[in-house]
Design a protein around this ligand. Structure first.
Ligand code: PBG
Length: 337
């Protein structure tokens, strides 16, 4: 007779013992269907340029982008997110280039939809690539602090989103954090019978320091200078405010919502998914990518293993998909497996 308590009566390790039982009880899987691949688009003569703070990521002209987009499609990635690099000469205080029907984004969308119609195309709605001051909205010329005007900006965003939609974008993704933008953009799209265009609202977008490499990549860091986005992006200290933002965006007509950044904000992803049950995405931003790449390049982390683990963490937190600079690389790994 063996005395009670001498042995554990529940052995969690039994299920972990073999590959078959580990697989049987696995709750979450990452597939290529979960991934959105962000790309930086250049105008002008054919070229691609490395982004120093984002090893493995290049900014490229359309001719170089098309084969990359085709590769993404073949690997099963559902959609690309376009981020334009706008020539300094085209930036202005009023960001008029943002709704130029012959502008870089419109031309890129048209070409992608012509060549690879099944690949989803997502366009960012925000003025920062186009403003000479680097803010996501229009600024008040009479305010010494350069306050970003809300309602005036909404008019610009509506024009930008309509332009993207008319060029063929499947999804417009407002990342500007102005109040009322989803309603204003939805009204503009409806008024022009662009009824199939999906809105992916960056509902909970935080004023994060993890965006640094992105601002270098699109060339907005210099324009923004010592400025910040605290008057419209959310305070990293807040959670309930994120839920209010999401509730409003759904109410105003968003089809999908985004939490951004990603890994440092998985608690928000979980709360949003639990509370609303709408299609919920997370943006693993440039700084998150840079951290993992830098550690891998130093031999401090296993790059591939940490990439896959980080992406899986979003699924575990409840995300339906992940916008990630790792998308192509991860899809290659998934294909190999
Ligand atoms: C701007 C925008 C930003 C990112 C995407 N769209 C930066 C910002 O708000 O300054 C950052 C994405 C990243 O860091 O990967 N509308």
């Amino acid at each position: 007779m063996i005395a009670k308590g001498l042995f554990p009566n529940i052995r969690m390790r039994r299920m972990r013992r073999d590959d078959f039982s580990r697989r049987l009880m696995r709750e979450h899987v990452l597939t290529a269907d979960d991934l959105i691949y962000p790309v930086f688009v250049l105008d002008g003569a054919s070229r691609s340029e490395a982004v120093p703070s984002m090893p493995g990521i290049e900014r490229m002209t359309l001719d170089r982008l098309l084969p990359v987009a085709e590769r993404a499609l073949k690997l099963g990635i559902p959609a690309l997110a376009l981020f334009p690099v706008i020539d300094a000469g085209l930036k202005s205080p009023g960001a008029e280039e943002a709704w130029n029907p012959d502008g870089l984004v419109a031309r890129t969308v048209q070409a992608l939809k012509r060549e690879l119609p099944e690949l989803g195309v997502i366009c960012d709605v925000a003025l920062d690539p186009y403003t000479s001051h680097g803010q996501d909205g229009l600024i008040d010329p009479d305010d010494p602090r350069g306050y970003v005007l809300n309602d005036e900006t909404l008019e610009a965003l509506a024009k930008q989103a309509l332009c993207q939609s008319q060029a063929g974008a499947d999804v417009v993704a407002p990342s500007d954090m102005m109040d009322g933008r989803i309603a204003r953009i939805r009204a503009e799209l409806d008024a022009h019978r662009q009824i199939h265009t999906r809105i992916l609202a960056y509902s909970a977008k935080y004023a994060s320091s993890f965006y640094g490499p992105f601002r270098d990549a699109v060339g907005s860091a210099g324009n923004l200078g010592a400025g910040n986005k605290y008057t419209y992006q959310m305070d990293p200290a807040n959670t309930d405010e994120a839920l209010r933002e999401v509730a409003m965006d759904i109410e105003e007509g968003a089809d999908m919502v985004m939490v951004k950044p990603g890994m440092p904000y998985l608690d928000i992803v979980r709360r949003v998914k639990d509370e609303f049950g709408v299609p919920t995405y997370a943006y693993q931003v440039s700084g998150e990518y840079a951290m993992l790449k830098a550690a891998a390049q130093n031999g401090w982390l296993d790059g591939e293993a940490t990439m896959m683990e980080a992406l899986l963490s979003f699924k575990r937190a409840g995300a339906d998909g992940i916008l990630s600079y790792f998308a192509l690389e991860a899809a290659e790994v998934l294909r190999r497996e």
